[in-house]
Design a protein around this ligand. Structure first.
Ligand code: ZN
Length: 348
């Protein structure tokens, strides 16, 4: 069992059957260090304060915005990577890379999304064929120097973007396919892509062959907003030195139990990644409503995959699904969308 897996087993047991990794991207949890270093909790906050001119102690959000506004962004200049994170993360990255299969299908899209947001091309972002076949996650995973996005989820977003673009077009509105409506279209798309586990599949209900040049251009625009939200979330972990934060969290905010460490503020890193995703969605000129919609689509995709939920309405129209925190690691869906919206709004 690799380090990721071992850490996850500890967490799964500790959380007694919680829905770890149900959606989003569990950042790899390091094995707890029995002798954590004597460092200040403040030095570990993702939007923390350092010595560079972009970092202001009284304005961590503003500091983050200023740092993310720069060209050629890589990692948060306000935070220093812990040596423990470098050591541990290198091993974890190597094992993860050896374990999973990647697809080149979305390489062009990844490059485009990097360019749109002024990200350094050196940031290593790759697409896993079907993440759920390797880890209990459905959006992506981020290590020390590797950022991954789930190809199966991108398949779904791509076909849904085709649907949205077609639905907006007058020609499509007159066709029988349009009579399905948006929810039915999403249900069909998500259901179809479950038929090809551990592989990628081309769009079936709304293939690119249905698109005109204009509609294809619009579909790409919609896809970028949807896929950008999850890619920028994953990159947000990388940017914010999440592995270092995870180590510091365990040193300062965790309690040891017979089952391992329980993090008493586990949603912090996910919230920060959503905040970064909101900032970058604005920086790239993406549609905020689509960035937020990605959260519901990702949740539906994973709920569907785990069984029992076959209609997006069960996610979108459910008080429980929207407003109640289902997993200590993640805020509620409504809260996550609100954080993305906040990040979007503070970027000027
Ligand atoms: Zn995440």
């Amino acid at each position: 069992m690799n380090v990721y897996g071992a850490a996850r087993v500890i967490r799964i047991v500790a959380l007694a059957g919680s829905l770890l990794g149900l959606f989003g991207c569990p950042n790899p949890d390091p094995n707890p260090d029995p002798n954590p270093p004597p460092v200040s909790p403040n030095s570990g906050t993702p939007l923390s304060i350092g010595s560079t001119p972009t970092c202001v102690a009284t304005d961590p959000e503003g500091s983050a915005v200023r740092a993310l506004k720069l060209d050629n962004i890589t990692k948060d200049p306000c935070q220093i990577e812990l040596s423990q994170a470098t050591l541990l993360g290198s091993n974890m990255d190597a094992q993860f890379l050896a374990q999973v299969n990647f697809t080149p299908i979305y390489d062009g899209a990844i490059s485009r999304l990097k360019q749109q947001v002024g990200m350094s091309p050196t940031v290593n972002i790759r697409v896993v064929t079907d993440l759920a076949c390797f880890e209990p996650a459905g959006g992506g995973m981020t290590g020390l120097n590797i950022v991954t996005v789930d190809g199966k989820f991108l398949d779904i977003l791509s076909e849904y973007a085709n649907y949205r673009a077609l639905a907006e077009s007058r020609i499509f509105a007159e066709s029988t396919l349009a009579s399905l409506g948006q929810n039915a279209a999403i249900n069909h798309i998500v259901s179809y892509h479950q038929l090809y586990p551990c592989n990628n599949a081309p769009a079936a209900y709304y293939p690119s062959s249905l698109l005109s040049t204009t509609t294809a251009s619009r579909a790409t625009q919609i896809f970028d907003s949807l896929a950008g939200a999850i890619m920028y979330h994953e990159y947000g972990h990388y940017w914010a030195h999440a592995l270092s934060d995870s180590i510091l969290d365990q040193a300062f905010f965790s309690q040891f139990t017979p089952y391992g460490y329980i993090n008493v503020y586990p949603a912090r890193e996910e919230n920060d990644a959503d905040f970064v995703a909101g900032i970058l969605s604005h920086k790239s000129g993406h549609d905020l409503s689509l960035s937020e919609e990605m959260i519901d689509l990702m949740a539906f995709y994973m709920y569907f995959r785990q069984g029992g939920v076959t209609d997006i309405a069960q996610v979108e129209n459910s008080y429980l699904a929207q407003f109640v925190q289902q997993n200590p690691k993640y805020s509620s869906l409504a809260a996550r969308k609100s954080i993305i919206q906040h990040g979007y709004s503070v970027f000027q």
